[in-house]
Design a protein around this ligand. Structure first.
Ligand code: TRP
Length: 376
């Protein structure tokens, strides 16, 4: 393979770019790695470890040990995650949501899910408010399709529900200085003021359970690590307001299908959307970047490289549930025994099978959306 120029790594809540060095993110963000012993503690509660834990796709945390300590002493936690509805949901977005469902099932906890139609409106220059709101309702169908139930799932649509959020947001905002927010998010003179206040809104669901139920318990947030800056300011403020600091468990980013694992919103062929047709999926996978060699001959001689292969990553993150099969695929790729077409065919079949079911459940969710609304 030609040695590609390594892009500079950029990871902010609004932009993820370049080659991601996860160990470096742990160091720079000041989070903790998920250790063997922490995994053992989780397994004590869950029995089995979810594949996203076994395969270290969730790799970093803040205070997960404290959540387990509290649990041992009888204090439960609630789950909180969310989505910035700037477009349709792709398969990468489902990764932390699927994991959240596993945590909810194993720990029998409530989930608060925030749909940040307001955030995407203030941050994305081109999007109209009607568009982000509409993406919000559409994206919510994808969450529901994963099997969540209204009894313990509460969805917040920021613009519709601002009256419920506003008092807590004000308290958070009052305790957050401009200099902290600026240092955390890199605000500039040209940043619009909606964006500057906005982080106070993302903090609210960490604390809303107490307002709704009178029960003061910590929140655990499963999310990709790019969201961490929000939780840094939330964690500073929490004790000042009499709440627990929210804990986090951070996952990696599912690479896109483009060269070097690139995913780009302006290039729809680099992601698989949950509403894609079987043909579209086939085409995208067929054109995906792999770890294969230029010719069959070379591949048979030298073997492929699953580490840089986007097809292999999709199997690792979601579509090959069986660990032994995954290891065998890796081995036979490296040994030059399998060609890329074979893996592409198999992934296409798995993705299309999953999406056929998902799309049915997604349509059924339409009539149930109101049941999940936090104001019900
Ligand atoms: N800011 C997030 C985004 O742009 C959306 C979000 C809100 C979120 N609350 C969250 C994501 C909690 C993860 C966890 O995608």
């Amino acid at each position: 393979m030609v040695d590609e120029e390594k892009d500079e790594m950029i990871v902010t809540p609004w932009e993820v770019r370049g080659e991601i060095d996860y160990a470096r993110l742990i160091r720079e963000f000041g989070t903790e790695p998920i250790t063997e012993s922490l995994l053992e503690r989780i397994a004590k509660h869950t029995g089995e470890l979810h594949l996203q834990l076994r395969r270290r796709l969730f790799f970093s945390h803040r205070d997960l040990d404290i959540i387990l300590d509290l649990l041992d002493k009888g204090t439960k936690f609630v789950l909180y995650t969310g989505r910035g509805p700037s477009g349709p949901v792709h398969i990468g977005h489902l990764v932390p949501w699927i994991f959240t469902k596993y945590l909810q099932d194993k720990f029998d906890t409530r989930l608060y899910f925030q749909m940040t139609d307001d955030e995407k409106f203030v941050v994305e220059d081109k999007l109209r408010l009607e568009e982000t709101k509409n993406f919000g309702y559409e994206n919510a169908l994808d969450l529901i399709a994963l099997g969540f139930e209204p009894e313990d799932t509460f969805m917040i649509f920021d613009v519709d529900d601002i009256d419920l959020l506003y008092d807590i947001a004000l308290k958070v905002a009052k305790r957050t200085t401009y200099s902290t927010a600026k240092a955390t998010f890199g605000f500039r003179d040209s940043t619009n003021i909606g964006w500057i206040f906005w982080p106070a809104i993302q903090a609210v669901p960490c604390f809303i359970h107490e307002k709704l139920t009178g029960e003061n318990v910590p929140a655990l947030i499963p999310a990709a690590i790019d969201q961490d800056p929000y939780w840094r300011i939330t964690r500073d403020v929490a004790p000042k307001l009499g709440y627990y600091k929210p804990a986090q468990i951070h996952c990696r980013f599912l690479p896109g299908l483009g060269t070097g694992g690139k995913m780009s919103a302006s290039e729809p062929e680099t992601s698989i959307y949950t509403t894609d047709s079987p043909d579209a999926v086939k085409k995208k996978i067929w054109n995906a970047y792999t770890g294969g060699k230029a010719t069959v001959n070379e591949q048979e001689k030298l073997g492929g490289d699953p580490n840089i292969c986007t097809i292999f990553q999709y199997l690792l993150y979601l579509f090959e549930q069986n660990d032994e099969e995954l290891v065998e695929r890796e081995r036979s790729c490296k040994a030059g025994e399998t060609l890329c077409g074979h893996c592409k065919d198999e992934l296409t079949e798995k993705v299309n099978k999953f999406l056929a079911e998902h799309q049915k459940k997604r349509e059924k969710a339409r009539s149930r959306l109101a049941d999940f609304h936090i104001k019900r």
